[in-house]
Design a protein around this ligand. Structure first.
Ligand code: ADP
Ligand code: GLC
Length: 474
């Protein structure tokens, strides 16, 4: 079965968050199970693109409204990622450095989707299934089924995976003319709340949709930024499949980015060496419990709560706990965190920016990983933490609820809290201090965590089963 994954991000080409990790891993594991999975993404002026060799496999021109644009499809020559990787390059639109936040983002992603469909239509590269990820690729199902231009392809099943249902990519109806010739009796399938809404349209038009955890599937029916009724009505089409992690990249035994490799056998010494290296880098005391946060500094992640909560913990537990924050995002939160680190240099270190190797070092060297997320469709950080023997402290939402059991419960290993609020974070930190003081318990939890299996093997199978359930109509 030939499957094309369409995505704005893919590790290691261009990563903003977990979407890249998933799209950079799932196809590899699908290929190991006998599928022919490939990734198609926009071209970015990025290190990976500049440092690798590409073969142009197709070029043509298409229309974006009245504007004719030229595009090229470039294929990575070696297949070293474990899947075929195609980039769509459109001079002037898709040849930039950043993934998101350009003022013409709507035009960029519509042109990407049109170029993809034109390519597979004209080159007869017909896949058996198209797997769209998030709203950036959400207009493909509609165009495929309701544009005369793609009639030849209209039997191809489409799957949508929702990594983040808070963003919809909605735009004004005045931009309808950017789409290719469509069946005007079907435009209701593009609409939500008076705008063209790519995520809503994908949910309506795709054959099946998935969310990246079972709990998130439920949550979308009561918290999805205005799409609640849609998710409620379409819920029979939805399945929740928890993400896996790429154990070739995230493995403390082989990870070249960390100070010392370790497995469950040398757990205590391995963790200690990594903690020492990390604490030395940040000028922190190795003897204290180290609680870290890694992630986008945005409201969804509860990052705005961190400055106040950490200040209270430092006050309530003087000299008893240390923090490292690695992230970038809202300027106000960045500034508050920097001010906090300046006021308490011995207890709190902040690194503003995006640093992949440092993230690995923080997972390996920390005792606890804090995730006070307001919304977390799956969350990969807690899965990486588990793999590296670092106790996740999570607010019970979405995938965090599905993957972390509180150490107070049978077989548990993490710290759960109910509210994304300062008091709940402070209370959770207090529990972390208690756990750390009980080293035999700490060792037990680490062993339990490292024995867990959140590899892609299981989740890949669930995706393949879903694809196969569509087989008779392919
Ligand atoms: P989201 O996709 O919502 O940001 P996830 O938990 O799914 O959340 O994935 C986040 C990914 O991004 C993880 O791989 C995490 O390690 C990485 N990450 C987030 N912020 C940073 C940062 N500042 N530096 C390095 N890696 C980061
Ligand atoms: C999104 C979600 C995150 C999830 C990731 C990968 O960015 O916010 O929770 O882990 O996608 O599916």
């Amino acid at each position: 079965m030939k499957v094309y994954h369409l995505s704005a991000e893919c590790y290691p080409v261009a990563k903003v968050g977990g979407l890249a990790d998933v799209v950079g891993a799932l196809p590899k594991y699908q290929n190991q199970m006998g599928l022919e999975a490939a990734v198609v993404m926009p071209f970015y002026e990025r290190k990976f693109v500049q440092e690798n060799e590409w073969e142009m496999v197709f070029d043509a021109s298409s229309l974006l409204g009245m504007h004719r644009f030229y595009f090229e499809v470039l294929k990575e020559k070696t297949g070293k990622l474990g899947f075929e990787l195609y980039l769509i390059k459109i001079p002037g639109l898709l040849d930039r450095e950043n993934v998101y936040s350009y003022p013409d983002e709507t035009e960029q992603f519509i042109a990407f989707q049109i170029a993809f469909l034109d390519w597979i239509n004209w080159s007869h590269q017909t896949p058996d299934l198209i797997h769209c990820h998030d709203h950036h690729t959400g207009l493909v199902p509609f165009m495929l089924y309701y544009s005369r231009l793609y009639h030849r392809l209209s039997e191809i099943p489409t799957i949508l995976t929702i990594h983040n249902g808070q963003y919809h990519g909605a735009f004004n109806w005045s931009k309808l003319s950017l789409l290719p010739e469509i069946d005007m009796t079907k435009t209701g399938l593009l609409d939500w709340n008076g705008a063209i809404n790519p995520l809503a349209s994908a949910v309506k038009c795709c054959w099946r949709y998935t969310t990246v955890s079972p709990t998130y599937l439920e949550e979308l029916t009561y918290r999805s930024n205005g799409l609640e009724y849609l998710f409620y009505m379409e819920r029979a089409k939805g399945t929740g499949i928890i993400n896996g992690i790429d154990t070739d990249i995230w493995n403390p035994k082989t990870d070249a980015m960390i100070a010392a490799n370790y497995s469950v056998r040398q757990l205590a010494t391995g963790k200690q060496k990594n903690k020492e290296a990390l604490c030395e880098k940040f000028g922190l005391d190795t003897d204290k419990p180290l609680i870290s946060f890694i992630g986008r500094l945005v409201g969804e992640k509860g990052a705005d709560l961190l400055p106040h909560a950490i200040r209270q913990v430092i006050k309530g537990y003087p000299d008893a706990v240390n923090f490292i924050i690695l992230g970038a995002g809202e300027i106000r939160v960045q500034d508050e965190l920097k001010a906090l680190a300046t006021a308490h240099p011995k207890q709190c270190s902040v690194f503003i920016g995006y640093d992949e190797p440092l993230a690995h070092q923080v997972y390996a060297g920390s005792d606890f990983l804090l995730m006070p997320s307001r919304v977390e469709p799956c969350g990969l950080n807690q899965l990486y933490a588990l793999r590296y023997g670092t106790v996740p402290m999570v607010r019970v939402t979405g995938g965090l609820k599905d993957t972390v059991i509180d150490y107070g419960d049978d077989g548990g290993y993490g710290i759960r809290f109910i509210q994304a609020s300062v008091p709940d974070i402070v209370h959770a930190c207090g529990r972390a201090v208690e756990v750390y003081a009980n080293q035999p318990l700490m060792q037990l939890l680490r062993k339990r965590m490292m024995a867990l299996d959140f590899s892609w093997a299981r989740s890949t199978k669930e995706y393949v089963n879903l694809y196969e359930s569509l087989k008779p109509v392919i």
